[in-house]
Ligand binder design. Structure first.
Ligand code: HEM
Length: 445
């Protein structure tokens, strides 16, 4: 058997240190140059791992789902996520029906009806938190908007007290999710475990209450994602259990929270840095705003007109992708690019082997929304949401949230960065180290 080229690094430690110190982007680039642009081996988190690279590597992994590979999450992350049941059932053994259900309730046709509500909430959020000539921190505010919106769309929660009862413990979870797994009083991990239990208890209370309301009212249409989950039945006519539904909601909250907040923050960062991009987005958004009455809310037709803005948002997703990639586990020996990948090895696909590769994106560091015009990037080179059967089911939700938020911000303000050379750091997703403070300049100044 010829294993992929590469090294398993230090005994026990593997290449964990190199990965952490260099960051995923440089770690992958260096090894693609040194070993192979197609696939290399390493050892991360105590696991033998093959990193698949390039468009071909992405294509191969995305199309081998369930035939050669299955989902896998590192033990540390499973524990840190605090939701073993969610990880086991929702990400691994979930039936095809339930997976397609998640895709169904998050597809464009299903989400269209929520666009006016997204817009109304964005307006209210800006009105309450974003004042002209003030400096605001974009990342914490976009997190607040993302969480409030998810509570509303997933579960119709509007009472700020009720949202707070979920948001406070959820923040403990996200703050401790990637901390050292030391379960002692006072550690972030310990607080995260307590927060996780509070989130779970609160969700179970909400779901049980809604089940009761639905039975009494005979509702059949499903007014939000929670109702839809309560009403769907599988091939045997069985409803989802409260536990399965809470797993799904927690899964969606975890998968959407930092990623979408990071996406909103990054695109606003580029708009603050690049006046020519800002001007083009502003022109497009004002044409839409002027075609409507001041009180009219955004609709699907308006979103469809936001072509340049979405190209700018996609360029931001290319340069600062909120998710880095994803793991799998091999379920059988197989051969790729002449190398054997043994059964039980883990694999990783990542945004980093293609997003800044000059072969696919000329002058790759340049912010250029026109790359997405016409037929756009070559297949499997632009993969911020993954691909194949496990492709992110929330990508349309994210697109709508980002565009609606961009519309509302540029309509009211120009943005000026308060810290011109603010560094980007990695939490779960890339974020500016001080939360991107920007000065809000009203138009006409
Ligand atoms: C800009 C924002 C987002 C980005 C960049 C993103 C990216 C990703 C990526 C790369 C994956 C992994 C795909 C794989 O395993 O190969 C994923 C999975 C997932 N995402 Fe997203 N996501 C975003 C927003 C959302 C939102 C808003 C939701 C829900 C409303 C969501 C729900 C999920 C779920 C449930 C999964 C697991 C799917 C599965 O394993 O089958 N994501 N996402």
């Amino acid at each position: 058997k010829t294993l992929p080229p590469g090294t398993s690094g230090w005994p026990l430690l593997g290449e964990n240190m190199e990965f952490a110190l260099l960051g995923p982007q440089k770690f992958i680039k260096d090894r693609m140059e040194k070993y192979s642009p197609e696939v290399f081996q390493t050892s991360i988190m105590g696991e033998k791992m093959a990193f698949f690279c390039g468009a071909q590597g992405n294509k191969f992994l995305f199309s081998s789902e369930n035939k050669l590979l299955t989902s896998w999450w590192p033990q540390s992350m499973k524990k840190a996520l605090l939701f073993p049941e969610f990880v086991e059932s929702s990400l691994k053994e979930v039936s095809a029906l339930k997976r397609s259900f998640l895709h169904d309730i998050l597809k464009p046709e299903a989400l269209k009806q929520y666009i006016p509500l997204m817009d109304a909430m964005a307006r209210e959020h800006l009105h309450e938190n974003w004042d002209s000539n003030r400096v605001v921190k974009v990342f914490p505010l976009s997190k607040k908007y993302t969480f409030d919106l998810a509570c509303r769309l997933f579960m119709s929660l509007v009472d700020p007290e009720e949202i707070k009862r979920l948001a406070d413990p959820f923040t403990l979870v996200t703050n401790g999710m990637f901390s050292m797994p030391i379960d002692l009083p006072g550690t972030a991990y310990n607080r995260a475990i307590k927060g996780g239990k509070m989130v779970r208890d609160e969700l179970m209370r909400i779901i049980t209450q809604r089940r009761k309301e639905l039975t009494e009212s005979q509702e059949t249409a499903g007014r939000d994602l929670l109702s839809k989950m309560l009403l769907v039945t599988d091939e045997d006519g069985q409803f989802m259990s409260e536990m399965e539904i809470s797993n799904n909601i927690i899964g969606m909250l975890v998968a959407s929270f930092e990623t979408t907040s990071s996406a909103v923050t990054s695109v606003l960062k580029y708009l603050a840095e690049l006046p020519h991009v800002y001007d083009e987005v502003y022109r497009e958004q004002m044409a839409i705003a002027k075609s409507k009455g001041a009180e009219d809310l955004l609709t699907w037709e308006d979103i469809e007109k936001m072509k340049y803005s979405w190209n700018a948002a996609r360029e931001s997703l290319r340069l600062t992708p909120p998710a880095q990639g994803s793991f799998r586990e091999t379920i059988t020996d197989f051969t790729y690019a002449g190398f054997t990948i043994p059964k039980g090895w883990k694999t990783f696909w990542s945004v980093h082997s293609t997003h800044k590769n000059p072969k696919h994106f000329s002058d790759p560091e340049k912010f250029d929304p026109s790359r997405f015009e016409g037929s756009g990037p070559a297949p499997f080179t632009f993969v911020p949401f993954g691909g194949g059967p496990r492709m992110c089911p929330g990508k349309e939700y994210a697109r709508l949230e980002v565009l609606v938020f961009m519309h509302n911000v540029v309509k009211r303000f120009k943005l000026e960065k308060d810290i011109p050379d603010e560094k980007i750091v990695f939490h779960a997703s890339p974020v500016p180290v001080y939360g991107l403070p920007v000065r809000l300049l009203p138009h006409g100044n």
